[in-house]
Design a binder for this molecule. Structure first.
Ligand SMILES: Cc1ncc(COP(=O)(O)O)c(C=O)c1O
Length: 400
């Protein structure tokens, strides 16, 4: 029997493909600090859990394909906090931001059409693109240039008759870069000139540091019909498993297209939408405290990495990831070593090799993505593991 050529062209996610090794380590009694994945240890707001407990229907029925009315009606007030003026009709509830990305690709692109994306990028976008037959064209934002967006001319040089969109993620996973008004403006101007869309993934909107203000692309006037925002409750309210996201656009044609896909998958998760509605009532102090906590973790992580010999790292301004360059030739081999051949105080750490976060083959080979999703005590122990492992690995490599 044969499987599709498409599926064999997919990569196993660099965020999760070392999981069998971390499971083996756990079976040996080794505690693994998971800094490979954006699963925060932050408490979900209690009223979210309460809302799920209070669920008292006798049948868990299908809901509306575009999402429950109450949730869609409540969202514009949330977006207004960021000066984003939208109505419930501009919002589609999706099964996580992940589904919103898939819907956008399927709606905008035919197989062979192109989307331009700065790399490193959120690696799962690569799989969603492949699923829709979309070809990703990358412009490289470089480690040595603090992952700033490349010059607009670089984007322009990639636009051709097959280009349907530019896709950004701000605050960025994995680099932590937060796009400036000028960067967004230049990209939107190019999109307008070449009549293509801008897809912006804003799922980390709340998490900006050092007083950096977040600016949504949707607040820039004159471009509204070509902007599609991907959004999610997952990280904001630490409810990743609830699988609730949104797709926001003022473009009716896009929403009508997306609706056909939404109808085919019937509806987003029903009980979790009730939980998401409760999440919107969370006092703003919750998000303020979480933001302060992540900034502390970022500061700690950057400080620790900077003291490790041969290690350099990006200085993220947002989200909760950074890219670190390690004194190794092959970060995937090192990450495997961490899980299979190493422990310190019966503990180890799991990181995501960064190569898979680049579209261009061979880039990021000595880089890892680190998610600072654990509290500072855990981060400290995880960094002790990393520091020791680098010493051991280097000794081992040099003696071979
Ligand atoms: C940039 C980005 N977009 C989208 C997602 C998907 O989130 P969700 O859990 O809403 O599907 C993630 C998850 O890590 C992400 O980092």
């Amino acid at each position: 029997m044969k499987l599709s050529k498409r599926i064999s062209s997919f990569q196993a996610s660099p965020i999760r493909r070392l999981v069998p090794f971390s499971n083996e380590a756990a079976e040996k009694g080794i505690h693994v600090y998971h800094l490979n994945i954006g699963q925060p240890d932050i408490q979900t707001p209690p009223q979210v859990i309460e809302a799920i407990r209070r669920y008292d229907h006798n049948i868990i029925a299908y809901g509306q394909s575009e999402g429950d009315k109450d949730l869609r009606k409540a969202l514009p007030a949330y977006y207004r906090r960021y000066n984003i003026e939208v109505t419930e009709d501009d919002i589609m509830i999706t099964t996580g931001g992940s589904e919103a990305i898939q819907f956008v690709f399927m709606t905008l692109c035919d197989p062979g059409d192109e989307v331009i994306v700065p790399e490193p990028y959120y690696t799962n976008v690569g799989s969603f693109a492949k699923g829709a037959g979309v070809v990703l064209k990358s412009v490289t934002s470089s480690f040595d240039d603090a992952f700033r967006l490349p010059d607009i001319g670089e984007f322009e040089s990639h636009v051709n008759e097959r280009t349907r969109a530019i896709m950004l993620c701000s605050p960025n996973n994995p680099t932590g870069h937060v796009y400036t008004e000028k960067e967004l403006h230049d990209i939107l101007q190019l999109a307008k000139e070449r009549d293509i869309f801008l897809i912006v993934d804003e799922v980390y909107r709340e998490f900006c540091y050092d007083g950096e203000a977040f600016l949504s692309a949707l607040t820039l006037t004159g471009y509204q019909d070509r902007i599609i925002v991907v959004d999610s409750f997952s990280k904001r309210y630490s409810m990743c498993g609830a699988r609730i996201g949104t797709l926001v656009t003022k473009n009716r044609e896009v929403l009508d297209g997306v609706m056909k896909l939404a109808q085919a998958r019937l509806c987003p998760p029903e009980i979790e939408q009730i939980a998401a509605l409760a999440a919107l009532q969370t006092p703003s102090s919750y998000l303020d405290e979480v933001q302060v906590e992540y900034q502390k973790r970022r500061d700690y992580l950057v400080k620790r990495l900077q003291t490790m010999e041969g290690v350099s790292c990006s200085h993220p301004k947002g989200a909760f990831y950074l890219v670190a360059r390690l004194p190794v030739d092959d970060a995937e081999d090192f990450c495997t070593f961490l899980l299979r051949d190493f422990s310190y105080r019966d503990e180890t750490v799991m990181l995501a090799p960064a190569e898979g976060f680049y579209v261009t083959g061979g880039m990021g080979k000595n880089e890892v993505r680190i998610a600072y999703v654990l509290n500072i005590d855990d981060l400290e122990r995880a960094m002790d593991c990393l520091e020791n492992a680098l010493e051991q690995y280097t000794r081992r490599t040099n003696s071979n």
